[in-house]
Design a protein around this ligand. Structure first.
Ligand code: MD3
Ligand code: FE
Length: 203
């Protein structure tokens, strides 16, 4: 089923559930060479979410700020390539809600452990804000916070579970969003964690 959250934003419930294990196998391969790590915000705080990336461009944060770069700061090597199963899933989800020809050049891999959260923020480090973002949730459920274009607007709470895909574009592309603290649990495929993949056109 497809739910419309707001103009341009859609939840495709269970869209990726049949591909869960294949996606997790790819995450394991990627993170063997580009390990999940707790990056530092420009303000010096360590993020509670562990992150890695694949594709031509990876999102990083450190004392120098937020940016996309072609190399992993941990190794100096290029980020691992985007697996075809990632690209195909992101493309078909975007197409299913009317965004034709979505060609992501970046995938951010977020891993949440019990206690991890992500505060309200906008995603605006990408060059072409006309391109949507596609997000894939795997493993434990977590409550997503979906706000407005101004930080003061009270966000809606949307539970996201294993296999749910969300597409954000058009007038919803710059909405504030975040996720509440992950509750402890065990998922048959991911154990104690929730993974989120976000596909972006960075450049
Ligand atoms: C709404 N990740 O990595 S995905 C992020 O669950 C991020 O890991 C969250 O926010 C997570 O930046 C939420 C859903 C998401 C991603 C991008 C958006 C929602 C969005 C961009 C605009 C509006
Ligand atoms: Fe975000």
């Amino acid at each position: 089923t497809t739910e419309t959250l707001s103009e341009g934003a859609f939840v495709l419930r269970q869209f990726a559930s049949g591909k869960g294990q294949r996606l997790l196998d790819e995450i394991e391969k990627i993170t063997a060479s580009a390990p999940l790590r707790h990056m530092k915000t420009p303000g010096g705080h360590s993020m509670s979410v562990a992150m890695s990336c694949c594709g031509s461009w990876g999102w990083v944060t450190d004392a120098g700020g937020y940016r996309y770069q072609t190399t992993d700061p941990c190794s100096g090597a290029s980020w691992p390539a985007m697996p075809p199963v990632f690209t195909g899933l992101a493309r078909s989800a975007a197409l299913a809600v009317g965004y034709a020809d979505f060609t992501p050049d970046s995938c951010l891999i977020n891993r949440y452990e019990p206690g991890s959260k992500m505060g309200l923020h906008q995603d605006k480090d990408e060059q072409d804000l006309a391109q949507p973002i596609v997000s894939v949730s795997l493993g434990l459920p977590q409550v997503f916070q979906f706000g407005g274009l101004a930080r003061r607007e009270r966000p809606a709470s949307i539970p996201l579970s294993h296999g749910d895909v969300v597409v954000w574009g058009g007038p919803s592309r710059l909405r504030y969003h975040g996720v509440l603290t992950l509750k402890a649990g065990v998922h048959p495929l991911t154990g104690p964690w929730r993974y989120n993949l976000t596909f972006r056109c960075a450049r």
